[in-house]
Write a protein that binds this ligand. Sequence first.
Ligand SMILES: *[C@@H]1O[C@H](CO)[C@@H](O)[C@H](O)[C@H]1NC(C)=O
Ligand SMILES: *[C@@H]1O[C@H](CO)[C@@H](O)[C@H](O)[C@H]1NC(C)=O
Ligand SMILES: *[C@@H]1O[C@H](CO)[C@@H](O)[C@H](O)[C@H]1NC(C)=O
Ligand SMILES: *[C@@H]1O[C@H](CO)[C@@H](O)[C@H](O)[C@H]1NC(C)=O
Ligand SMILES: *[C@@H]1O[C@H](CO)[C@@H](O)[C@H](O)[C@H]1NC(C)=O
Length: 296
Amino acid sequence: MINEAIGEKKLAMGTLSSFFYFFFFFVFFINAACCGGKSHLQQTPKKHVPFFIFGDSFLDAGNNNYINTSTLDQANFWPYGLTYFKFPTGRFSDGRLLSDFIAKRAKSPLIPPFLQPGFRQYYHGVNFASFGAGALAETFQGFAMDLKTQLNNYYKVESWFRHKLGNDEGKATISRAVYLFSIGSNDYMSPFLTNSTILNNYNDSTYFGMVIGNLTTVINEIYRGGGRKFAFVNLPELGCLPGMRIIKSGNNGSCLEEARRLASLHNKALSKLLFELEKRFKGFKYSLFDFNTNLR
Ligand SMILES: *[C@@H]1O[C@H](CO)[C@@H](O)[C@H](O)[C@H]1NC(C)=O
Ligand SMILES: *[C@@H]1O[C@H](CO)[C@@H](O)[C@H](O)[C@H]1NC(C)=O
Ligand SMILES: *[C@@H]1O[C@H](CO)[C@@H](O)[C@H](O)[C@H]1NC(C)=O
Ligand SMILES: *[C@@H]1O[C@H](CO)[C@@H](O)[C@H](O)[C@H]1NC(C)=O
Ligand SMILES: *[C@@H]1O[C@H](CO)[C@@H](O)[C@H](O)[C@H]1NC(C)=O
């Protein structure tokens, strides 16, 4: 059921072309972020603009291949990969992910998963995303690398840059980097998909407040380390995914109102948060991709 719900999201993303708006905007962002010209991007390692990717199945490029999880939470089998890579890479897609298109437009190679064995050259960035991941530790616990684990992996890469390039250049590189996030969907779907009782303990505003609070912590941490350029994908209408529509028998296949409400509250809070962070944090820049207006 987990797969069904999330598989549908993937399908929606792959087939609708309006999300291309996102990369055009975003690539401009990457180029503008760098050194004023494309040619600089590939010249020397120190002029690279690393691309760091955090989040869930929308952006997992294969990390879950390397964790002890269930097959439901992996995409390393046929026909995943059918239309582009011609083999299952671990992406939850038949083709490429949003982050792959962005990398391509930025004239950067594809960004490998952090856990890929032997991958240690992080100049172009690295992908920390994990299918099933949420901002809360309880979300599909034991089956995904949650956002906090992803942040801990990022710290390792951050110190790799300082070690490789020296403190100043390492920090300068980090401040040119672009950080992309897709997180939250699983926090709001897992309580319904796993029979968890977590929603009995918290009302809606407390619950999405915890999710947004954890995301805020991660953004703060990255900013404190020098990160400046952030991009976010917000949440689709989670309650209307097929896997969510069938949860309540007797609901006749209509959208699951509780999940829909949570996603909507989350999206409002996220855009408010980013607006405030931009005012509060010097040099903080962001781009927010709105699923619900762009995928229609
Ligand atoms: C992987 O998970 C399974 C099921 O929880 C467990 O039995 C097994 O010991 C785990 N393996 C490792 C290497 O952690
Ligand atoms: C996020 O929330 C969980 C509770 O689910 C907590 O254990 C964790 O430490 C929080 N912080 C971060 C940064 O993930
Ligand atoms: C949730 O509970 C129902 C009813 O007890 C059960 O049929 C179903 O298998 C459970 N689902 C999961 C994912 O545990
Ligand atoms: C939700 O719970 C919190 C803490 O228990 C409480 O302060 C708040 O008023 C509640 N909000 C609503 C809308 O019930
Ligand atoms: C579901 O459909 C049945 C039969 O058409 C109807 O009686 C019932 O009220 C519907 N339930 C909901 C929740 O819409």
